[in-house]
Design a protein. Sequence first.
Length: 262
Amino acid sequence: MNFDVLTIFPEMFDGFWQHGIIRRALENGKISARATNIRDFAEGRHKVTDDRPYGGGCGMVMKPEPLAGAIRASRKRLPRAKTILLTPQGRSFNQEIARELVKLKGLILVCGRYEGVDERIGYDFIDDEISIGDYVLTGGELGAMILIDAVTRLIPGILGGIDSAEKDSFSQDMLEHAHFTRPRMFEGREVPDVLLSGNHAAIETWRMETSMIRTFLKRPDLLKARSLSSSEIEILKKWCLEIEKIIQAQPVCGTDALSGGE
Ligand code: 9D3
């Protein structure tokens, strides 16, 4: 995968390229990535990239010529790449879009600043528009990093574990099970016995159960949207029975009248 980022703040990416999985992917040639300064394509002594909006109003707009120049140069370098504008108006980025983008040869990521880019850049220079969520940022750079991060870890052979990315595709509609590592006792809290039992079937069941209960408590929307396996249904039924037992153990009318609410 080849990433080309177009921005007026290329230095923002210096740290990003230098760490973790992105760095390793660059080193072993799984990705190429560079941040190009849009200002390098601006004319005149002052290399201006923004201007006041026609029709008035506050804020500035990114001038079309430097953007067009930068995109043309990128397309020469990456002729088969898709050009994506990071903008609050784009479709909301998610794992499904990440899986769609990892199939492509290259991505030219255009980072807007100020109030936005001149509308005419959208006509011939942009193939797709992506937002990273419903909150207001100061520009597209962090969005580009998020997109690169999410897409890179999906490239085959990038993640340490053989199946980490593949496992995501099964579990992405559920929250993950709880994780523990050494020490066995931390500030008075112990690691659950089952994880030390060596009983792999029991561990698997426990993990599925913690995954289910967390999803139920924190993201019930995910559970409702999902078709459940028979073992998952068994877990839910078991909880139902437990809850039912608690209710059955109560006196007939409950204790509401004694609680002093009214
Ligand atoms: C006054 C109206 N604002 C729209 C909500 C204008 C505006 C705010 C922020 C225009 C551009 C920006 C800068 N944001 C991005 O470039 C951006 C972004 C975002 O703000 N939220 C989520 N995803 C993205 S991707 C790029």
